[in-house]
Ligand binder design. Structure first.
Ligand code: UDP
Length: 189
């Protein structure tokens, strides 16, 4: 289980006991936000750089494609048309991999059926983009019932991979100010 922990995740984990436990038992937690990188450094942890879900997921798929690894990848999350667009795009971009997916707007009673679908597909990589902390809780609660796989909470990455949402301009990213761009665009965050 991989968590990309941005400032919002870190703050939620202060008060959410379950989330804190999940973060402790996760196999890998990456600092997904320049604020987390700064805070970690201040506390003496050598964190080299920010690692976002968008980049981690994309680099993983690109590396598998480069090595011609026929990985099965299941995407769970986003609006139905976005998910479909994302699967189509990724399949075209990474022909050695095999993609399947389900949108993220389902009722709780639909979850067992969706997990059965995931289990039948037996993904090597399971990308879950439902927003934090829901995606982490769902992964934590489901992994034991699935064939072994690497599950990554990717937040809104499918919106980006599908081309539906644009990331901050590179300049903002390069100077560690993507948060400023998002603050301006989505003040409620
Ligand atoms: N989402 C979903 N089901 C829901 C609510 C949200 O699949 O019931 C998706 C939403 O479409 C978006 C992602 O979850 O693709 C959340 O994106 P956001 O950027 O808010 O998440 P963060 O990266 O901040 O965790």
């Amino acid at each position: 289980m991989v968590i990309t922990a941005g400032p919002e995740f870190v703050m939620m984990a202060q008060t959410d006991e379950e989330l804190r436990h999940i973060a402790r038992v996760a196999d890998l937690v990456t600092p997904d936000g320049v604020g987390v990188v700064w805070a970690a450094r201040r506390q003496g942890h050598g964190v080299p750089e920010r690692v976002t879900g968008v980049e981690l997921g994309m680099d993983l798929l690109a590396t598998a494609e480069e090595r011609k690894r026929p990985l099965r990848v299941y995407l769970l999350g986003a609006q139905e048309p976005v998910l479909q667009l994302c699967v189509t795009r990724l399949q075209r971009q990474f022909p050695h991999l095999k993609f399947a997916g389900h949108h993220g707007y389902f009722q709780p009673d639909e979850l067992p059926g969706i997990l059965a679908e995931v289990a039948a597909f037996a993904p090597h990589v399971w990308l879950v983009g439902l927003g934090q902390p829901r995606q982490e809780k769902l992964i934590y609660g489901s992994l034991a019932h699935l064939p072994p796989c690497v599950a990554i909470g990717v937040g809104g990455s499918m919106d980006v991979w599908s081309g539906t949402v644009k990331r901050a301009p590179r300049l903002f990213q390069a100077v560690g100010a993507e948060w400023l761009y998002r603050l301006i665009r989505q003040p409620s965050r």
